[in-house]
Write a protein that binds this ligand. Structure first.
Ligand SMILES: [Zn+2]
Length: 309
């Protein structure tokens, strides 16, 4: 992460964390809330590094280059636990507590846990974490990364300091992408709210164009069953390499991007409204555990019903 970019894109987050670090007044738990992107995670790493770095900058942030910073970046420390799972369960929280109770005996330094995607954790996991938050150990700090704080227990929210990230500045993302890709790709990725880093990662992958073309062809052939065959055979075959939540999400975002264009989506006003509603609903479904093949089949069937009316 580039600290100058961070400061420019997220001035409020930057100032809040800087103040905490400089005054050494660290909350026992933070909730970093922002769109699903690398940004909250990279900020969590910078914050973790900053808690340990012996050479902080004038704003209290880590130097990012010393051996300590490099060790945390490589996740090579027992003081910090990263939990990065599709869905955090009770056993994961208990394992975390167990680990910290062991390391606590070994040394008295700071310890940190980062729970990525905690808004999708099971209710049991939330209750287990709540107990943890109610009795914060000395020098134990937590960072919860969430897309939607509203999906967590209010009792958890009230025990965390909320750090709200603003959506990626779309113009900045678009400008950053124009040098490496088409204007259309840059526009779509920026308007979909991806961070510059995430967008670049997408573009590097071959599947990106497959998904892009897949979305275009789907809309062009939307009145024919050919659209569905093409999707099932070429784009998202069952167990195919592209059949992942993230690529399906990108496909849906491309459809939303194109649906306003009459030359690509031959639909009347009502059909556009109907299909748009299905796409937005499906984006939300993808935030939960879901059978992708089934989810896609539902989308195809529901879209066909709308366009045949
Ligand atoms: Zn450092």
């Amino acid at each position: 992460m580039d600290k100058a970019t961070f400061k420019k894109n997220q001035p409020v987050v930057y100032r809040t964390l800087s103040r905490a670090l400089k005054q050494a007044r660290i909350a026992h738990a933070y909730m970093f809330a922002g769109p699903k992107s690398a940004e909250t995670k990279e900020t969590a790493l910078l914050f973790v590094q900053s808690l340990f770095c012996p050479h902080p900058d004038e704003d209290g942030f880590a130097c990012m280059t010393c051996p300590s910073c490099r060790r945390y970046a490589a996740r090579e420390s027992i003081d910090v636990e990263w939990v990065e799972l599709d869905r955090i369960k009770k056993k994961d929280i208990l394992a975390l507590q167990q680990k910290f109770s062991v390391t606590a005996m070994e040394k008295g330094g700071k310890r940190v846990y980062v729970l990525d995607g905690f808004d999708k954790a099971t209710p049991d996991a939330s209750n287990a974490l709540l107990k943890f938050l109610e009795e914060p150990g000395d020098n134990l700090f937590g960072i919860l990364l969430v897309e939607n704080p509203g999906n967590t227990l209010t009792t958890i929210q009230s025990r965390c300091q909320l750090i709200q990230f603003r959506p990626g500045a779309a113009r900045y993302v678009k400008e950053g992408l124009l040098a490496i890709t088409s204007e259309e790709n840059a526009k779509m990725l920026a308007s979909a709210g991806y961070s510059l880093e995430d967008a670049k990662t997408w573009l590097e992958q071959e599947a990106f164009e497959t998904i892009h073309e897949g979305a275009r062809e789907f809309l062009e052939n939307i009145h024919s069953v050919v659209a569905v065959y093409h999707m099932q055979k070429e784009v998202f075959p069952a167990k195919g390499p592209n059949t992942t939540k993230e690529w399906v999400r990108l496909w849906l975002l491309w459809l939303l991007y194109y649906i306003k264009r009459a030359d690509i989506a031959p639909l009347d006003f009502e059909q556009k409204i109907g299909v748009t509603a299905i796409l937005i609903e499906t984006l939300d479904v993808l935030n939960r555990p879901v059978d992708l093949a089934l989810c896609l089949d539902k989308v195809y069937a529901r879209v066909r019903k709308v366009v045949r009316k």
